[in-house]
Write a protein that binds this ligand. Sequence first.
Ligand SMILES: *Cc1c(COP(=O)(O)O)cnc(C)c1O
Length: 394
Amino acid sequence: MSVDWIKPADRVQALPPYVFARLDELKARAREQGLDLIDLGMGNPDGATPAPIVDAAIEALQDQRNHGYPPFEGTGSFRKTIADWYYRRYNVQLDSEGEALPLIGSKEGLAHLAIAYINPGDLVLVPSPSYPAHFRGPLIAGGEIYSIPLSAKNDWLIDLGSIPDDVADRAKMLYFNYPNNPTGATAPREFFEEIVTWARRHEIVLVHDLCYAELAFDGYQPTSLLEIDGAKEIGVEFHTLSKTYNMAGWRVGFVVGNRHIIQGLRTLKTNLDYGIFSALQKAAETALNLPDHYLDDVQKRYSERRDFLIDRFAKLGWTVAKTKATMYLWIPCPPGMGSTDFALSVLQKTGVVLTPGNAFGEGGEGYVRLSLIADLDRLGTALDRLEQAGIRYA
Ligand SMILES: *Cc1c(COP(=O)(O)O)cnc(C)c1O
């Protein structure tokens, strides 16, 4: 007997469907039909976590002192490692006592920050396309979203001039992310300077997601929001170990920046969770202290894949932008084809899984995202299949 009086709360029912979940169903169906899937849809790095990190975790697991509840605010030693890492990388000083907070992956922090700060009806500015947690967190909080459309014409940068003054004055918070998922775009330092000045003038909390801090190529070094004068007074920045260190399943991230903003998030989280298993915080310290040659290897791996694919796509008539960072290619759909139709047709004809750009909001329509999460052999096979299926740009 079905019990039709059991219903999730409005805040859950009102959420637009999570496209990745729907993609999972389609993948399952394709697998049932016997297709060998090449899944370049998710942002899940394909390699193993580096051995020194795994070893540190094993050692920490065997230490009984790590077996109890971790401190709410994360271990002092991990927070200090975060502050030291930040100083080393960005020359920015942080107080590990209040300006750094470990998170169970950055996604929960990005979403919970909205719950901690957004009242029903508050206005939140979110670019479109964007990483889903940037708008889903505010939606769950009951916030009103003002979408800032990004476009190739403006190199996928936020055009601050396009936001009306009355909207900016009403807005409480702005989420943004460069190097960008899904577009792969990067933002020059001047952009960060402009957005800080603008946000201070309009009294808007800046939430920057720098989860691709180290997946940058060709000598490019991404800017941290906190490098900009005055940013720490109005902003926070999210980081993750998921991408750089192939640790997506471990769930380790952190937020740094303004202590009052972080305190609000911490208060909320104290009521919801106990943070990260202490043994994993130990392993995370090892990750942040790995020698630079490790990063060189990771960067080389992704940039080789990028170059290889851009070349192969060119042979099929595509001009794909050469991204200076992230693990994605942002690929225009053939003229006249929408994101969903194109991604579905590629999946059905070839078994290659791409993410329709509209999964990241209306602004992603007309594009698909390809994750560089397979080795060159497998990527080559994917492109062979596209070629055999006659899939071309035009
Ligand atoms: C992958 C990703 C994250 C989430 O990372 P976790 O720390 O694993 O939760 C956050 N933001 C963006 C833009 C991402 O691409």
